[in-house]
Write a new protein. Sequence first.
Length: 258
Amino acid sequence: MNSVASPTLPSDEVLRLLALADQSDSMELKLTLPASSYRSAAKALAIDPLDAQIRQVYFFDTPDLALNRAGVVVRARRIQGRDGDTTVKLRPLVPAEVAKSFRTSPQFVVEVDAMPGGYVCSGSMKHDGVPSDAALRAAAGELPIRKLFSKEQRAFFETHAPAGLALDSLSVLGPILVLKLKLKPRELSSGLVVEEWRYPDGSRVVELSTKASPREGLRVAVEARAFLESKGIPLEGEQQTKTKTALDFFAAELSATA
């Protein structure tokens, strides 16, 4: 999905979004905050950073981001207080074109991400219960990268990655520090998630999100918009995906040290 500034979608795009949602498992509504509103939004939402869960996110790609250009994202996460997880994601994705062997897997999820002015459908093959130190060991070269991923994930990767590209040949991009906080405002039936991605150079991206079933997506979107407007949180401004921002940052870092 391209970065966009428009806060609304044309009516024909809304219809396409709803049709796509009908083929999906869930919808996630996202809003990237402009840097100028971080402090005011934190105050309006009564955010206490001590309630946040700490995460470390590692991405795996080539130095020139060949996977990203093919729409493939390979990620591992370390999560405070529990096992980590890994994900192999494809976006954009047409749900009807996904192989049945993947679509019927309980580990595969089709989701529509919608933000002001745009949306994208993705499919993620997930793997939970990854030991907390596994990503650390892979990043240090002590564990083959492929060992982080399940058999289903490796098959999904091989189906959609550029020909000849293997998991063990990928570079480690990251980690990036993430603070995740779940809020339950009484005005929102689905709750609100706040994520702050902190980069080594001190910059950050802050995103607000809420999830809904495809059937409830439009209602939840209207509800969330009204809530954020009531808190004085801006709904306009350039939108960016956390993943693409992180990949660009670490790829540039790799190039600088090559």
